[in-house]
Design a protein around this ligand. Structure first.
Ligand SMILES: Nc1ncnc2c1ncn2[C@@H]1O[C@H](COP(=O)(O)OP(=O)(O)OP(=O)(O)O)[C@@H](O)[C@H]1O
Ligand SMILES: O=P(O)(O)OC[C@H]1O[C@H](OP(=O)(O)OP(=O)(O)O)[C@H](O)[C@@H]1O
Ligand SMILES: O=C(O)c1cccnc1
Length: 518
């Protein structure tokens, strides 16, 4: 059972106050059940300074839907709202409005179409489209943005870090440095993005993963302080976990004490018929130390043990370490590829906090209202053309070239079917001078990106398992051109509007800027 505080913090009140005050205005005007349509999209890839992402990995949908399924206005929440007063002591919310809300789910009447988790996504492409009663579409905004922005941000960072490790295991170690309770969502998103597991035990339990980990310096320090030695500490750990033994070798002196002691313990384990898993190094020049560790482990007859690296890792540090290993291995008679395949990475702070860019700029914008059973496109115009909305009821497509790589995401009007066109005329979303025509011969596949998740308030989607989501992510990244996929200065992936959508947008901009509307 949730405590009252937990219920308030995580239930239907997990929102911004203005959603509720606007909801009351809609109710008062009698337009609260008018049908509205909102797009969720982000405007720019996370920018980590000199290395901006070239794609994002979508995540957070199932967690958001978990919230939706429990978010309804219970007695206690209605009581809380009833007691809110303005500066003059006047109730903020009327009894009529609260009576309307009482017992209602935020999903009432809503239809949600969204890009599945794990899929690669790009700026300006509506990742989710919410359609239904204005009041409820508005009320879910904050929670949707909170869940999808954060998890997409972390899944994206995780994908980059995993990619930089060239397929070797990357473990999420960030709970201690996560922003308070974001640790669970961060661990989930990291796994979607490529982490093989997490040290976060609660998240592992919920997600059905084996928790991952080694041990801390404190275990050795404690045993040494009580009169033992580093070797005693290693032996005690190995006796407890003979088949899951990874020893942290950098507490005192990695090369002269940690690794020699680990080897002694590994020899004992081997003699007992066990297979030691490896060592972890958490300080120093990790490329140099990896080579030295491999030389020592190989010589002692442990050429397969893993070498786990940690300490403020991110995609650039991993890339740099691998580059150095590639350059230096031959000099020591080591095969660089073999050595790289022995590595694993424990990544904490810079993954769970998305170091370099702390938030995805995802937004939730009204794009259409229904009048007399027809959708009327809505637009918001900005002096900055990139902030002018793509109006109306839309469909979202991805085009693939003859090498099966994704070449463009396309926003069309709802009635358009891109599968059966001879040629597709594409417009840059804001720059009139940038247009191109793709003909059938250039396109191997046209794919719709949205699945229907909610229909008239009912869940109609079967959520994939995390393993399936991870496979989706791997397949989608594989289908990116390497220029889009690279860590630094990636190619700009094309997001385009069809002719019809472009014309509608132009027409609306004309009407609103010439005063015939608005
Ligand atoms: N060969 C390498 N190339 C690039 N970066 C590296 C290499 N080896 C380690 N690093 C990274 O450099 C940073 C080193 O930071 P720092 O000097 O604080 O670590 P340290 O030497 O281990 O210190 P401490 O003992 O305080 O942990 C870390 O982010 C680490 O991951
Ligand atoms: O560097 P991060 O990417 O955040 O990875 C997690 C870090 O957390 C631990 O250090 P900490 O000093 O917290 O504990 P320890 O005493 O176990 O080293 C661990 O040893 C890593 O260095
Ligand atoms: O298990 C580990 O090695 C671990 C877990 C959390 C943080 N740092 C390391």
């Amino acid at each position: 059972m949730k405590s009252q505080q937990q219920q308030f913090a995580e239930g239907v009140l997990f929102t911004d106050f203005y959603q509720l005050t606007m909801a009351q205005v809609y109710h008062r005007m009698g337009i609260h059940e008018s049908k509205a349509q909102f797009d969720y999209f982000f405007r720019s890839y996370p920018d980590y300074g000199i290395h901006q992402a070239g794609y994002c990995v979508n995540a957070g949908l199932e967690t958001f839907m978990d919230w939706v399924s429990e978010a309804y206005f219970k007695e206690s929440e209605i009581d809380y709202l009833r007691n809110l007063k303005d500066a003059n002591g006047r109730a903020m919310f009327t009894p009529e409005f609260l009576k309307y809300l009482q017992g209602q789910s935020v999903a009432t009447g809503l239809t949600l179409r969204a890009v599945p988790e794990g899929r690669v996504i790009h700026p300006y492409v509506p990742n989710a489209i919410v359609e239904g009663p204005l009041i409820f579409a508005q009320l879910i905004e904050t929670s949707l943005l909170n869940h999808l922005n954060y998890q997409t941000l972390i899944a994206t960072k995780a994908a980059r870090i995993y990619e930089s490790g060239m397929g070797q295991a990357m473990l999420e170690f960030g709970l201690r440095r996560a922003q308070d309770r974001s640790g669970f969502a961060g661990a989930r998103a990291a796994i979607i993005g490529g982490a093989a597991g997490t040290s976060n035990v609660g998240a592992s339990a919920v997600l059905g993963y084996q928790p991952s980990g080694t041990h801390a310096h404190s275990m050795i320090q404690a045993i040494v302080a009580m009169g033992g030695t580093e070797l005693d500490a290693f032996e005690a750990y190995a006796e407890s976990y003979p088949d899951a033994c990874i020893l942290l070798v950098d507490t005192y002196d990695t090369l002269n004490s940690g690794i020699p002691n680990a080897i002694k313990v590994f020899e004992k384990l081997k003699a007992q018929g066990h297979k030691p898993v490896g060592i972890r190094m958490d300080s120093g020049d990790l490329a140099f130390l990896t080579i030295q560790a491999a030389l020592m482990l190989n010589k002692a007859g442990f050429p397969d043990t893993k070498i786990v690296l940690s300490n403020q890792m991110d995609e650039l540090v991993i890339w740099q370490i691998i580059t150095q290993i590639k350059e230096e291995s031959a000099r020591y008679g080591l095969d660089a590829d073999n050595l790289i395949s022995r590595l694993a990475y424990g990544v904490g702070t810079r993954l769970i906090t998305s170091e370099g860019d702390p938030a995805l700029d995802g937004v939730f914008k009204l794009v259409a209202m229904q009048q007399d059973n027809a959708w009327v496109p809505a637009i918001k115009i900005s002096e900055n053309p990139e902030k002018t909305l793509n109006p109306g009821y839309k469909k979202i497509w991805r085009l693939y070239d003859q090498s099966q790589k994704a070449i463009a995401d396309v926003l069309s009007l709802e009635g358009e079917d891109l599968c059966h066109l001879e040629a597709i005329h594409l417009h840059h979303p804001t720059d009139q001078t940038k247009q191109r025509v793709l003909n059938c011969a250039q396109i191997s596949k046209v794919e719709k990106l949205h699945e229907t998740i909610l229909e008239d308030g009912k869940l109609v989607y079967e959520f994939p398992t995390l393993e399936q989501i991870r496979q989706t992510r791997a397949d989608d990244i594989q289908r990116l051109h390497s220029g889009v996929r690279r860590l630094m200065n990636p190619h700009n992936y094309h997001v385009s509007l069809t002719d019809k959508l472009w014309n509608l947008k132009e027409e609306l901009i004309f009407q609103y800027t010439n005063g015939t509307k608005g």
